[in-house]
Design a binder for this molecule. Structure first.
Ligand code: ADP
Length: 424
């Protein structure tokens, strides 16, 4: 009887302590009423059983561990969706079972449910998947996708077990940015070596000529020495510009804090290049220098900016023209914001074709290589200008018209009391 009651009310499923807690008040209640003789023994038994049932129900409610919510069947997809690399899960026939968002963006929405080869036409990546499926060593492969833009990925596959089934995870990790950076670095080193090698081989050649054929030819000797002097100066300028560029790049994240007078900087630079201008019959006109607000910056760097721009205006401007340097204040620096001044260096030269304008600030980019070299250019001047202006949280804007001339406009922030200096 007791066992049956235990089974009916599932008291047996409770821990021993809980069973005592459930039964004790009922038993105590029954004994009290039996002894007092108030109720019949049947009624006492019924009340005791009712109390035990209520107690057991309460205890089970609190004691039973709640069953865990079942993991949703699409759990792997939900986790993979948040990963930025393209991730696919394949079965042993190489059919795609799961593809995360990045994989669907890369390979198309219909990638799931089909052989991977129908969506990913890269033998190297398929080979990586095949090797994982065949249980061979998991390797990696670098693949290049050309459409719509060139992107580079590293494909990697590993075997898995999902619900007891053999599965294979294929990840396509994008490494385009890293490969581009490596390419830029390699190009830079190649460019620097090339730029240094040509004056160097010219020097070596002239030295050999002077030692042999031109040994006793006074006229040739003077001419060759002149060229050698030019070439060695070009090498020195190139090294100076490279050092300058790397110094500016290293500090680009630190905004300079000096308070400067733009009029003093421009007057000093104009004086320093006046001889060069006079050699071409050119004049430099400084416009609206007076009463300009104080600017924030690094004096030496800003001298370098305006020196490079004025030298270019003289080099690429036509003989007997005037280079104008016009200063004005602006309420908002384009794209950057904040009050500033603009300094426009305006020449009357050949101008620059629209397709070349966006590339002028790239290192070693020259519209006409031969012309730049013959005028002693390094191809680094505008790259330095751009980095310095960026460091000042300013902006460089280039406007040019073929046949009419060019304007290089530098925007720089003006000094403002602390509350206004929000830009990091
Ligand atoms: P470079 O030492 O060759 O002058 P820069 O970086 O200063 O190098 O300039 C890059 C190229 O931009 C130059 O080779 C030239 O083709 C072009 N350029 C620069 N300034 C001017 C200008 N004022 N007018 C026409 N072309 C210019």
């Amino acid at each position: 009887m007791v066992r049956r009651l235990f089974n009916i009310f599932k008291l047996g499923q409770l821990p021993a302590g809980a069973r005592i807690a459930v039964l004790a008040p009922g038993v105590a209640f029954c004994l009290a009423f039996l002894l007092s003789g108030w109720l019949s023994s049947a009624a006492v038994a019924a009340i005791a059983i009712a109390l035990a049932v209520i107690g057991a129900a309460c205890l089970r409610e609190h004691a039973d561990p709640k069953p865990l919510a079942e993991a949703p069947p699409d759990m792997p997809t939900a986790v993979l969706e948040g990963i930025s690399d393209a991730v696919l899960i394949l079965d042993s026939d190489r059919a795609v079972i799961v593809a995360n968002r990045a994989a669907r963006d890369l390979l198309g929405d219909n990638v799931v449910g089909r052989d991977l080869a129908l969506s990913l036409r890269h033998p190297e990546a398929l080979d990586v998947a095949n090797k994982a499926i065949e249980g061979q060593d998991d390797g990696t492969a670098e693949i290049v996708m050309h459409v719509p833009v060139q992107r580079v990925f590293v494909a990697r596959a590993v075997p898995l077990q999902m619900a007891g089934q053999p599965r294979f995870l294929l990840a396509l990790q994008e490494v385009t940015a890293a490969r581009n950076a490596e390419q830029i670095r390699a190009d830079f080193v190649a460019n620097v070596s090339h730029e240094l090698r040509s004056p160097l081989s010219s020097l070596v050649g002239f030295i050999e000529t002077l030692q042999n054929a031109a040994h006793d030819d006074e006229a040739a000797r003077d001419r060759f020495l002149g060229i050698m002097s030019e070439e060695s100066h070009r090498m020195a300028r190139l090294i100076d510009d490279l050092l300058s560029l790397s110094r500016v790049e290293a500090n680009e994240h630190v905004r300079p804090g000096g308070q400067l007078d733009i009029a003093a900087i421009l007057t000093g630079v104009a004086d320093s290049v006046s001889v060069q201008a006079e050699e071409k019959g050119m004049a430099i006109e400084l416009i609206d220098l007076e009463a300009q607000p104080t600017i924030v910056g690094d004096q030496d760097e800003l001298i370098e900016v305006f020196h490079n721009l004025l030298v270019n205006a003289i080099k690429y401007g036509h003989d007997n023209t005037t280079v104008r340097v016009a200063v004005s204040t602006v309420d908002r620096i384009p794209e950057v914001g904040g009050r500033g001044i603009s300094v426009a260096v305006i020449d009357k030269g050949d101008g620059i074709a629209a397709e070349d304008v966006p590339r002028l600030t790239e290192r070693f980019y020259r519209v006409d290589k031969g012309r730049s070299r013959s005028m002693g250019g390094t191809g680094l001047g505008l790259a330095i200008v751009k980095h310095i202006v960026n460091r000042h949280r300013g902006r460089l804007v280039i406007r040019s018209e073929v046949g009419a001339g060019s304007q290089f406009i530098v925007y720089l922030p003006v000094f403002a009391p602390a509350a206004d200096q929000q830009t990091p």
